[in-house]
Design a protein around this ligand. Structure first.
Ligand code: PLP
Length: 463
């Protein structure tokens, strides 16, 4: 039997995070303020603690992971690298499929990898309380878990559709001591305004972000800050521990570099966490296909534009250079709540513009079919988000069967689906549908960005 579990011991854990900004062949465009000029980092100070802002703007290649953070991460890290031999046999593929199992964290996804350091740096800075948004509830529960261990209060605005579909995630947050409300809520100006104009809205991450930022910056004590679960540079940085471990583990398994690296992408953090350490090799000459996968119902990378746009509906965030469907876009209620976001991490987007990453989009039904194949071969029940990476992996493995190539495919198993069984219920009872995004709806939302500064798509042309 081949090794199907490739493990690292505690003392083999990476001690530094990898910052792709140090190696991007074309530098990222800066975030812009309301007046169209680059934001000075201090402007973000009411929202984030200064130590995290420093990480956000850093172009240093390696950044030390504080020992106190590692001490918490040891609860589940290094996470296993597994080989999906049972799926390989089922597909009759000569490809070798490896996956990084991030479902083993206490919250069940990759998100605690950044929740813990974010809570840590806030605590170091003297902050007492964090606010945040959550889609499917994964990020809210990860932050609740981290705040509990670090000793911070935690307030979560949860997208209404998930709040209703996934009551157990809310309970997890409560077990870890957080306070969770449905968004839009009546607790903020942003929430009240949206409830007035769209009382039946399913909510969106963009709306919930507006509420969480407002709740942080309007706290007169100055001891509340906001934490974001994806998109930002420092979040992606914290997630690179996944790819750095995977590199060591592939070596242990006797592999060189992978031929294909795949991750599902909502805001881009689990994809980036796995892919960036391999993007480093690609930049330095390795031939690796790197694929972020999104839902066809929220197709910012494959059908959106590379533009300057806000990260939230109420335009509270700076303008970020990213692939976007427009901050007013409200995605259809697909079950992969964590992928229902209008934009994408600027670091990932610059990689797409450069040609380092080749995004793909998959329909909801095809993803659930892949999740079912996974459950019936490998055994585990994956998160609806993760099923997008599995669908793309299966397609790559089938292509290898047809071409006879023994490629090494590596994907990120971003989380388990044990809190998302309602989606499986809808699939099994035949109620699940695909949502085709009409071009007119995309154009309508993008047209609203007409007055914004233009984002120049800079690339070397090497890929
Ligand atoms: C949140 C989430 C995602 C999407 O977020 P990214 O920042 O793009 O990684 C994917 N998978 C799972 C299981 C999640 O919880």
């Amino acid at each position: 039997m081949d090794n199907v579990k490739i493990l690292l011991s505690e003392n083999e854990i990476p001690r530094k995070w990898y910052n792709l900004a140090a190696d991007l062949p074309t530098p990222m465009l800066p975030p812009l303020g309301p007046d169209g000029s680059p934001v000075r980092p201090e402007i973000l100070a009411p929202v984030f603690p200064m130590n995290l802002i420093e990480q956000e703007v850093s172009t240093q290649r390696w950044i030390d992971i504080p020992p106190e953070v590692l001490d918490i991460l040891y609860r589940w890290r290094p996470s296993p690298l597994r080989r999906a031999v049972y799926l390989e046999r089922y597909l009759k593929t000569p490809a070798k499929i490896y996956y990084k199992d991030e479902s083993v964290s206490p919250a069940g996804s990759h998100k605690p990898n950044t929740a813990v350091p974010q809570a840590y740096y806030n605590k170091q800075f003297g902050i007492k309380r964090l606010t945040t948004e959550t889609g499917a509830g994964q990020w809210g529960s990860a932050l609740a878990f981290a705040c509990n261990l670090i000793g911070l209060e935690c307030k979560v605005f949860m997208v209404r559709i998930s709040f209703d579909q996934k009551p157990f995630r809310k309970l997890m947050m409560q077990v870890w001591g957080a306070n969770c409300v449905a968004s839009p809520s009546s607790e903020t100006n942003a929430g009240r305004a949206i409830l007035k104009s769209m009382p039946d809205t399913p909510g969106s991450l963009g709306i919930a972000i507006s509420e969480a930022i407002e709740a942080a910056v309007t706290d007169g004590s100055g001891q509340t800050r906001y934490a974001l679960g994806s998109v930002l540079n420092h979040v992606l940085l914290h997630q690179t521990i996944i790819g750095l471990e995977a590199k060591e583990q592939l070596k242990k398994a006797g592999e060189k570099l992978p031929d294909v690296v795949i991750g599902c992408a909502g805001g881009g953090s689990n994809f980036a966490g796995l892919a960036f350490p391999f993007a480093y090799d690609k930049i330095h000459g390795a031939k690796i296909k790197i694929v972020p996968v999104e839902p066809t119902a929220c197709p910012k990378m494959t059908r959106g534009n590379f533009v300057y746009d806000h990260g939230d509906v109420a335009c509270m965030t700076p303008l970020l250079p990213m692939h976007s469907l427009g901050h007013t876009f409200v995605p259809k209620p697909i079950h992969a709540g964590g992928l229902r976001y209008h934009g994408m991490a600027p670091l990932v987007c610059q990689g797409i513009v450069e040609g380092l990453f080749a995004p793909k989009a998959y329909d909801q039904l095809k993803c659930y079919e892949s999740a079912m194949v996974w459950a019936k071969t490998e055994g585990a029940i994956c998160a609806p988000e993760t099923s997008h990476a599995i669908a793309a992996t299966i397609d790559e493995a089938i292509a290898c069967r047809e071409s006879g190539e023994e490629k090494v495919i590596l994907f990120n198993y971003s989380g388990h689906g044990l809190m998302d069984l309602a989606g499986y219920d809808a699939y099994l009872s035949g109620k699940l549908t695909d949502y085709v995004m009409p071009e007119s709806e995309i154009l309508e939302n993008l047209a609203k960005l007409a007055g914004m500064p233009k984002a120049e798509a800079r690339k070397t042309g090497r890929w």
